[in-house]
Design a protein around this ligand. Structure first.
Ligand code: ARG
Length: 568
């Protein structure tokens, strides 16, 4: 559902000759209600129209008045102040939320689109670090957003299951590994073996040769090498799956890098045919100097293909076989150059859809201010972080609401929600610092705060003894209190923020939106008596507003991948 902002912008567009979205961006919500519910400054149009802003404001006001959409329209200098029929707007917003919350957000602009989204994509034989959480949750939220707007989403887990490090994993396991220990704790144990291998190889360089030999055997299909490698994959996947289950994350396709082993010759052939391959120091590369990029290495001097070659083969597969008409990669900002190279090579190969490929980058995850690194084994395990967050949440519930019946389940929803929301609430390019005190603070801008606000709305409705059967016929006669109107205004930004989040592939806009709605709801809750309202019709309306808020908040939480417990 479009907001009043857009209604205004649509009416004004023909007058000032600018695109609707641009005008919508100029419409303000004046802090002082005397200046209208909405205001449009006309200064920006003066240059183009060669008229004084006041003149333009008068013309704009005339058009808005004539539309009959507004209660009152007034000119104040270069501003047009618009007063809306608050009760009618409230009724519309509440009504939309009651029938189908997503109607307020999505207009199904993306029907016919199909987006292949690469997210999470952890590496086999290494634990899922908190850094991979970012890709997982940002990707999951983007997938949800696109799906709600009508896109056919193909979520892809591009597991790191190939590369020379598997030679090291195999060599290390054969020297020091033990089946039972690995089975119990696959990714941690395999990482430990890997770290130990690095330490030992510094003292005994011959170990590196052995690792290389094992990788060669793996490539050649040697049975022992293959079966150990496959076992590492199976065990790692089991561990990852447990994490995905807790996070509620699912991929349509799980296709590791090794899946493209037999699909890369075709890529190399095509590059050769098109005259794109050149030799550089024994390696085969695509020269990208004309585009100010370093060469994209396709085949190393020893004949091995690499990460980029796999990504080329994977891109062709996602487009040609899986039917993705645009490819999205949710991967850390440190891989920006890699994706620039891959997209450029696809373009040079004549794939016109390369222009629709997007690298959705994000900043680092720091843990109490420290960076993470796998190589040196300094890793914070996501499982531990989730476990501790849930335990903390449980402790808080025991304190705040010891009578709650399903404490474990609620603690799980809150603990996980705290971690996830913290990750999504800031613009994705910003680094995220993780501290338990902050993410679990019920009064901060946190997941638990949003969940708590939702539970508070549910509790009001429980006390009132109402279920889902409101009749909002009275709303349009109600004179709204300022905090009620504020809440409606915030919820009425849903469509605008939702579309911006999709266009910028940035879920933090939804997190901001729901935080603003929660602030507005809590102000309403404190300022206005709901159950103790003076008249029945006021009480009825406030309960409807409470119900609409709860639906709004739950919808946003679910978009972001959080649960919305009804009591906590
Ligand atoms: N496994 C890689 C890593 O952990 C991320 C893969 C991203 N996806 C891709 N198509 N390259 O760094």
């Amino acid at each position: 559902m479009k907001s009043q902002k857009f209604t205004i912008a649509e009416l004004v567009a023909p007058v000032v000759g600018l695109p609707t979205v641009e005008i919508a961006g100029l419409v303000e919500y004046p802090p002082n209600p005397d200046l209208g519910d909405l205001a449009l400054p006309c200064f920006r149009f003066a240059k183009q129209l060669r008229k004084a802003p006041t003149e333009i404001a008068k013309e704009v006001a005339a058009v808005l008045t004539e539309s009959g959409n507004f209660k009152d329209v007034a000119v104040a200098g270069g501003y047009v102040n618009v007063y809306v029929a608050q009760g009618a707007v409230a009724k519309e917003v509440v009504g939309a939320l009651r029938t189908e919350p997503q109607n307020l957000f999505a207009e199904k602009r993306l029907i016919g689109d199909s987006a292949a989204i690469d997210y999470s994509s952890p590496n086999i034989a290494k634990p899922f670090g908190v850094g991979h959480l970012r890709s997982t949750m940002i990707g999951h939220a983007i997938a949800n957003l696109l799906r709600e707007d009508g896109s056919r989403v193909i979520g892809i887990n591009h597991l790191g299951d190939w590369g020379t490090q598997f030679g090291k994993n195999i060599a290390a396991y054969r020297m020091w590994g033990d089946e039972e220990t690995v089975r119990k704790n696959p990714t941690r144990e395999l990482l430990e073996l890997y770290v130990r291998f690095h330490a030992e190889a510094e003292k005994h360089p011959a170990l590196d040769d052995e690792a290389r030999a094992w990788f060669k055997r793996l490539e050649d299909g040697d049975e022992e090498a293959r079966s150990l490698w496959q076992w590492f994959i199976d065990e790692s996947l089991k561990a990852f799956q447990a994490t995905y289950d807790r996070l509620g994350v699912h991929h349509e396709q799980v296709l590791g890098e090794s899946f493209y082993n037999d699909k890369m010759d075709a890529v190399v052939e095509e590059l050769k045919e098109k005259g794109l391959l050149t030799e550089s120091e024994g390696a085969e590369v695509v020269d990208l100097s004309a585009y100010d990029l370093p060469p994209c290495i396709i085949r190393k001097s020893d004949g091995a293909t690499i990460y980029a070659t796999r990504d080329l083969a994977a891109a062709l597969y996602r487009h040609d076989v899986l039917g993705g008409n645009r490819l999205i990669y949710v991967v850390g900002a440190e891989q920006t150059l890699h994706f620039q190279q891959v997209f450029k090579v696809l373009e040079l190969m004549g794939r016109e859809w390369a222009k629709d490929c997007r690298h959705v980058a994000f900043g680092m995850m720091k843990y109490n201010g420290e960076r993470l690194s796998t190589r040196r084994g300094k890793v914070v395990y996501l499982e531990d972080v989730l476990e501790k967050a849930v335990a903390e949440a449980r402790r808080i519930i025991d304190e705040k609401n010891p009578e709650l019946p399903n404490k474990d389940d609620v603690a799980e929803a809150i603990g996980i929600g705290a971690v996830v929301f913290n990750d999504l609430k800031n613009y994705r390019m910003h680094d995220v610092d993780f501290r338990y005190e902050d993410v679990l603070n019920f009064d901060g801008e946190t997941g638990p705060y949003v969940q708590y606000t939702h539970a508070r709305a549910c509790s009001v409705l429980r006390k009132a003894g109402v279920k889902d059967n409101f009749d909002s016929s009275s709303a349009s006669d109600v004179v709204l209190q300022p905090s009620e109107w504020r809440l409606i205004v915030e919820m009425n930004k849903a469509n605008e923020m939702f579309e911006r989040a999709i266009d910028q592939l940035d879920p933090s806009l939804i997190a901001r939106l729901v935080l603003d709605v929660c602030h507005a709801f809590n102000r309403f809750y404190h300022d206005v008596p709901i159950l103790g309202a003076d008249t029945e019709s006021e009480k009825e309306f406030r309960l409807e507003l409470t119900d609409a808020s709860r639906r709004f908040i739950a919808y946003c939480l679910n978009l972001l991948g959080l649960r919305a417990p009804e009591a906590m």
